[in-house]
Design a protein around this ligand. Structure first.
Ligand SMILES: [Mg+2]
Length: 218
């Protein structure tokens, strides 16, 4: 391990930076039946059984007509994963950067990203008209390829060489980003992810990444 501990760390959000799946929490805030339908599509997508973009499009379409007030309600039910604050501050104190890229939505990710103190983040955005979700997604969808591109762009922007890039995720759409990073970490990951990563963390404690990077204090 190099003694240069300046890393770019890029985290997935749903089930990685936070303990929940954001879209499932939105669905739960709407009604039970919609919640169950959306959760079942999420689970299949996470296992890589169906295409991420198609599954996301389908799930968001189920939300057409829903009041944007449910977004705030869903956001209040999200919790930041243990060890996240410790990971972010240690990496930043060492001169590194910490970012997140999410196939979820800005409306939920923005408050969390600010609370944790991320350097930058990307996510999808709902189309909202007259206070209601239209069931559409604004602009290009953040999928697996876009996650990989985000990591590459941040690395280029701040001058991190590949061995100093770290990707952390749990789902099938994190695989391209994980495979492109110098250090890949499966975090309580699905089996398809565990098969391709350098390191696996099985406890919900993001500070364990610091040990993998040789940054443990003490
Ligand atoms: Mg995830």
């Amino acid at each position: 391990m190099s003694t240069d501990h300046r890393f770019l760390v890029v985290l997935d959000v749903d089930s990685t930076l936070i303990n929940e799946e954001g879209l499932d929490e939105i669905a739960r805030a709407v009604d039970q039946e919609t919640g169950a339908r959306i959760a079942s599509v999420t689970e299949r997508a996470m296992r890589g059984e169906i295409d991420f973009v198609q599954s996301l499009t389908e799930r968001v379409a189920l939300l057409a007509g829903v009041s944007q007030d449910v977004l705030a309600e869903a956001a209040s039910s999200l919790s930041i994963t243990p060890g996240a604050h410790e990971l972010v501050s240690a990496v930043q104190e060492a001169g590194g950067k910490v970012c997140a890229v999410s196939g979820g939505f800005h409306e939920l990710v923005d408050p969390l990203a600010r609370e944790v103190g991320l350097d930058d983040w990307r996510a999808n955005r709902f189309v909202i008209e007259s206070g209601r979700l239209t069931g559409g997604i604004d602009g290009a969808i953040v999928d697996g390829a876009a996650k990989k591109d985000a990591l590459a762009q941040w690395a280029s922007q701040w001058g991190f060489q590949t061995p100093h890039t770290v990707a952390i995720g749990d789902g099938a759409n994190d695989i391209p980003m994980l495979q492109s990073a110098g250090v890949s970490v499966g975090f309580c990951a699905k089996r398809a992810v565990q098969a391709v990563v350098d390191h696996t963390i099985t406890e919900r404690d993001l500070s364990q990444v610091l040990t993998l990077l040789g940054m443990t204090r003490g």
